[in-house]
Design a protein. Structure first.
Lengths: 264, 264
C-alpha cells in the first residue's frame, strides 16, 4: 500500500476517534437511560454508544464512502473498495456505566485477511493506542510513546488479564484458570484496555471468550503492531471473535495455548 | 474545628497529594525494580511507593510537624496534636505494576474517632476525590463536580465492586459471593478507585477484606462526605481495616451486612 494512502487511512481513523470522543464524553458519568438488547443478560446500550457510532459513520461518509462498515450498533453497510471499517463505539459498556476508565472506542480497518490498522481510544483519560500500517504508538495525558510488548518468556513471570472471572462457559472458565494458575499475577476488569496494556509492555497475556469481530479487530492490529501475537484458542485467526488469546511473545503464546487446550 | 484550620488542613493535604503525584509519575509504566515484602505472597514495593511517601512526609515536616504520621512504607511517627496523617502512597501496587489507572494515593487526617478528611488521588488520569471537613468534591481532566452517592435501595439494582474475586479467606469469598449474587452487576479490579466511583454516584457497593488502616481511612472520609456508609462486616467502625463494606444507602448497607453474615 502506498505511503500517502496509509496516511489517508490514519487521518480518517483519527478523525473518527475524535468524533467518537466528542460524542461520548457528555454521557460519561451521567445518569444513563439503558436498554437491554438481550433479555437473558445485562447488555446495556447507551445513547452514547449510538451517538458515537453515528459520528464515526458520518466521518466515513465524507472521507471514505467507498468502504464498507461493520458497527456494533448499526450493523453492516456494504462498500466497493474491499475494505471494511469495524467499529465498536463503546467496548466495555458495563465498565462505562460503572464509571471505570477502562472502556474504549475501537476502530479497525480490515480486508478479508484481517485488520490492517486499529485504534483503542480511551476518551476520559485522553489516551489513544494506534497500531498498523507502519505505526505502533500511544498518546496520552503525560507522554507519547512507541508501543512494544515486553519480552516475558515464562508464564511464572507473566501477568494475565481478562474482564470477568466467569470468562464464558464453565469449560472456558476452567481453561482460563489453568493458564491463570500458571501465571504470576491475574487481574480482572480492564475491558479492551487490557490489550492496550499488553501493547504498551505492561502485561503479558489477555485471554477472553465470547467476543464479537468488532470487539477484537482493533486490539489485534494494536497488539500485532507492538510485536505481540493474537489468535483464537486453536492458534488460528481471531478476527471473527470468539475465544481469543493475546500474548507478548511466541513462548507465552505457545504455553498459554497448551494449557487452554487441556494440557497440564 | 474553626474554618481557617479546616482550610489549613486541606491546603496541606493538597500539597501532599501534589508532591506524591510528582514523585510517582516518573515511575509509572516504566520497568520497575520490585521487591517482595512478604515471601508468601506477591506484594511489590516500588521505588515510587517509597519516594512518594518521603515526599508527603517532607510536606508534613514543613507544614504540620506537630501531627503524627502512619504510612505504609515508613511506619509510625509520633506527634503531639492528637491528629495523625494516614498515608498509602500507592494503594493498588499490583494495578500499578500492571499499568492500570486504578491505583491511587491515599491521604487521610484522623483523630482517635476516625478519619476527618480524605483524598483519593489518581495521578495518571489527573483525578482527585476529596471528602471531609465540609468538602465533597472531585476534580479531573474534564470537570469539577460535587461528590454524592446515588439513591439505590435494592441490591437487585446495585453494582458491586471489589478488587480480587478471591476476596480473602474462602469464608470471606463465600460471604462476598452471597452479596454479589444478589446484585445486578459485579465488577473487579478497581483497587481504591472503587471507593471513588461509589462517592461519585457511579456504583453502589464496595466489599473487601484484609485491608490495613492506611488502605481504608481516606476512602472512609471520601465516601462518608458523599453521603455513603462505611463499616466493617459487623456494622462497627472500619478505620482499623480488616473486612469492609461501603454502601451508597442505609438500605443497601443493611441488606449487604445481612448477606455477609450468612442470612440468605
Amino acid at each position: 500500500m502506498e505511503y500517502n494512502l496509509k496516511s489517508d487511512f490514519w487521518t480518517c481513523a483519527h478523525q473518527m476517534a475524535d468524533a467518537a470522543r466528542a460524542a461520548i464524553l457528555p454521557y460519561f458519568r451521567k445518569a444513563l437511560v439503558t436498554t437491554n438488547k438481550d433479555n437473558s443478560g445485562f447488555d446495556p446500550v447507551t445513547e452514547a454508544d449510538k451517538s458515537a457510532e453515528r459520528a464515526m459513520r458520518d466521518v466515513l461518509g465524507q472521507l471514505r464512502p467507498q468502504d464498507a462498515i461493520l458497527g456494533e450498533e448499526y450493523g453492516h453497510q456494504p462498500g466497493s473498495s474491499g475494505l471494511t471499517w469495524v467499529l465498536d463505539p463503546i467496548d466495555g459498556t458495563r465498565g462505562f456505566i460503572s464509571g471505570t476508565p477502562t472502556w474504549g472506542v475501537l476502530i479497525a480497518l480490515s480486508d478479508e485477511s484481517g485488520p490492517l490498522l486499529g485504534i483503542i481510544d480511551q476518551p476520559y483519560i485522553g489516551e489513544r493506542y494506534c497500531g498498523g500500517l507502519g505505526q505502533a504508538t500511544m498518546t496520552g495525558p503525560h507522554w507519547t510513546r512507541d508501543l512494544a510488548v515486553r519480552h516475558t518468556s515464562d508464564l511464572t513471570d507473566a501477568t494475565i488479564l481478562t474482564t470477568f472471572p466467569e470468562i464464558g462457559t464453565p469449560t472456558e472458565k476452567d481453561a482460563f484458570d489453568r493458564v491463570a494458575r500458571a501465571c504470576r499475577l491475574t487481574r480482572y476488569g480492564m475491558d479492551c484496555y487490557a490489550y492496550a496494556l499488553l501493547a504498551a509492555g505492561q502485561v503479558d497475556l489477555v485471554v477472553e471468550a465470547g467476543l464479537q469481530a468488532y470487539d477484537i479487530q482493533a486490539p489485534i492490529a494494536v497488539v500485532q503492531a507492538a510485536g505481540g501475537i493474537v489468535t483464537d484458542w486453536s492458534g488460528g485467526p481471531a478476527h471473527d471473535g470468539g475465544r481469543v488469546i493475546a500474548a507478548a511473545t511466541p513462548e507465552l503464546h505457545a504455553a498459554g495455548l497448551s494449557l487452554l487446550n487441556g494440557n497440564a
